[in-house]
Design a protein. Structure first.
Length: 245
């Protein structure tokens, strides 16, 4: 992609207010199956795709990127696949952290991280601590994440504040609920992309995507590249966001 095209896409993102893209990275297993390859190979290619898209977001001026890496429902997959995905996250962070830090990436995680192994939690904590003062693309990884569980947790937190008289019922607003979600420090997504062709939200950012534009592509996640992201930005430009008006 030429520098002029990147500049134009960056201008489009700025003019349309496109700051945050959320992605449901679907299709790793189907991509591998279609090539008679092991599922693990599809997940590894998915990591390569994420690295590509993360760099593209930086080139196009996208400040926030949130990706659905492992849902609370994914525990129902075969134990060996679950174990592989846990190991893949840990090894990827250890191998790529230095480069991501040098590229000014900020890393954060949303989900029930406390339910992961102690070893993996330490790897995640190190990634967050190492990159917390960076100012580049903010990569938010949803891992062991489920939106309903997130909302339940937010309701419990608010109920405790009401019970302790820290706030009253009248002070419960949409803004207060947003401040009690995992994503409290990040603006809601402007664009939600789902790869793989399935037309489902899959318990992902249910509160946060209330007014997000949604784009479903038949491309499997390992096939989603910089040009595909450019097409998504151009599609976003063509939408009229009315926010209910």
């Amino acid at each position: 992609m030429q520098a002029q095209q990147e500049k134009e896409l960056k201008q489009i993102a700025q003019e349309t207010g496109l700051k945050h893209i959320a992605i449901i990275m679907d299709g790793n297993r189907r991509w591998a199956k279609g090539r008679n390859l092991p599922t693990a190979f599809g997940h590894k290619k998915g990591v390569d795709a994420l690295k590509t898209i993360m760099r593209a977001c930086d080139d196009f001026g996208i400040k926030y990127l949130t990706v659905y890496a492992f849902s609370t429902e994914n525990w129902n997959r075969k134990p060996e696949e679950v174990e592989f995905l846990m190991d893949l996250l840990g090894s990827t962070l250890q191998n790529e952290l230095k480069e991501m830090h040098e590229n000014n990436v900020v890393i954060s995680f949303i989900g029930k991280i406390s339910q992961l192994s102690e070893k993996l939690q330490k790897i995640l904590e190190n990634a967050v601590e190492t990159t917390k003062n960076n100012t580049g693309v903010h990569l938010q990884i949803a891992f062991n994440y489920g939106s309903r569980a997130e909302i339940v947790e937010a309701v419990k937190n608010i109920c405790e504040k009401v019970h302790s008289c820290e706030i009253s019922n009248d002070e419960i607003t949409e803004e207060l609920i947003s401040k009690n979600l995992y994503t409290k420090n990040i603006p809601d997504p402007d664009l939600l992309i789902r790869t793989g062709g399935e037309k489902r939200i899959s318990n992902y950012l249910l509160w946060q995507i209330a007014y997000s534009e949604i784009l479903v592509t038949k491309r499997y996640w390992p096939e989603f590249d910089k040009n595909a992201l450019a097409e998504a930005i151009l599609e976003f430009q063509s939408r009229q966001r009315r926010f209910g008006k």
